[in-house]
Ligand binder design. Structure first.
Ligand SMILES: NC(=O)c1ccc[n+]([C@@H]2O[C@H](COP(=O)([O-])OP(=O)(O)OC[C@H]3O[C@@H](n4cnc5c(N)ncnc54)[C@H](OP(=O)(O)O)[C@@H]3O)[C@@H](O)[C@H]2O)c1
Length: 266
């Protein structure tokens, strides 16, 4: 039996690429999509993908009238929490791609998920190369006490630092606090030149034409340095394989788990 998936945000930049990815698998099937703009139409017709036969619904509650095993959330941080709770209520495991949910949202979701014994897997960046960068950086931080993060993006990206840079800084704070020879607040000149302090790490955001999305972490020690960098292209393709893996593995979990590495053997 294929895993039945309901996808909120099925017509969006990330969701539509995932829908095409699901259509290309044999073990997953989309039973419903959610989008207010395209409600009432066939998702296959909207995306030009004849292998997608399901309908598009205007709300998650209506879409969930179709029985599904896994609900995927790819909409906005404002609607995500309600959508996730509705899916848990209907007995579905949940994969969260939407970024921007707060820790208190995840705490509330975790309580419900544990009560109904369902899994929720949330990952701010499903790209396998980002997941690997996170793991390599955690390993390096155990041995090298100084690091800073640089986040590069196109000039019209409005948020800074990127969600990926924030997530990386938060993960490294669990390893240890990076050492600084001169505390940032003791900077002579412009303190801003040292970047933003996030979870103890200095993060610098570059926003320029010619860049897509990249994240770089530099570790420094006497007379040597290590740079780990990830570059994304301009399509949503890098997020598909990680999201498919999350859909396949989420039923092995109970409660909220953050990061794709919770189901990866790395
Ligand atoms: N985890 C990852 O690897 C990853 C990768 C890329 C993006 N993201 C995150 O995923 C989220 C979506 O990004 P995106 O670039 O795909 O956005 P997008 O292109 O704007 O797509 C949003 C989708 O959600 C639907 N939607 C929005 N509000 C809704 C509501 N209230 N009810 C029902 N459907 C709603 C939209 O359709 P209608 O407007 O027609 O309703 C659309 O299909 C963002 O939080 C982004 O940061 C995560």
């Amino acid at each position: 039996m294929p895993i039945r998936v309901c996808l909120a945000g099925a017509t969006g930049w990330a969701g539509s690429e995932l829908a095409r990815g699901i259509a290309a698998t044999e073990d997953l099937t989309l039973v419903a999509g959610v989008s207010r703009t395209y409600a009432g139409r066939s998702l296959g017709e909207v995306l030009g993908e004849p292998r997608l036969a399901c309908a598009v619904y205007p709300s998650v509650r209506e879409a969930l009238a179709n029985r599904c095993d896994v609900f995927v959330e790819y909409t906005t941080p404002e609607s995500a929490r309600g959508n996730i709770l509705a899916a848990l209520e209907r007995g579905a495991h949940v994969v969260v791609g939407t970024s921007g949910l707060a820790d208190k949202d995840f705490a509330a979701i975790d309580e419900v998920a544990r009560k109904v014994e369902l899994g929720v897997l949330a990952c701010g960046n499903f790209a396998l190369t980002v997941v690997l960068l996170q793991r390599f950086a955690e390993a390096a931080a155990r041995l090298i006490p100084q690091w800073e993060i640089i986040d590069y993006a196109h000039d019209d990206k409005i948020d800074a630092p990127s969600g990926t840079a924030r997530e990386l800084a938060a993960r490294l704070s669990k390893v240890r606090e990076p050492e600084t020879a001169v505390p940032v607040e003791s900077t002579v000149g412009s303190r801003e030149a040292r970047g933003a302090t996030l979870a103890g790490t200095q993060v610098h955001s570059v926003r320029l034409r010619g860049f897509v999305i990249s994240v770089e972490i530099i570790f420094g020690m006497p007379d040597q340095k290590l740079t780990i960098r990830q570059d994304s292209g301009s399509s949503a393709r890098p997020y598909v394989d990680g999201a498919l893996l999350a859909i396949r593995r989420v039923s092995t979990l109970v409660g909220v788990h953050r990061g794709l590495d919770s189901v990866l053997e790395i």
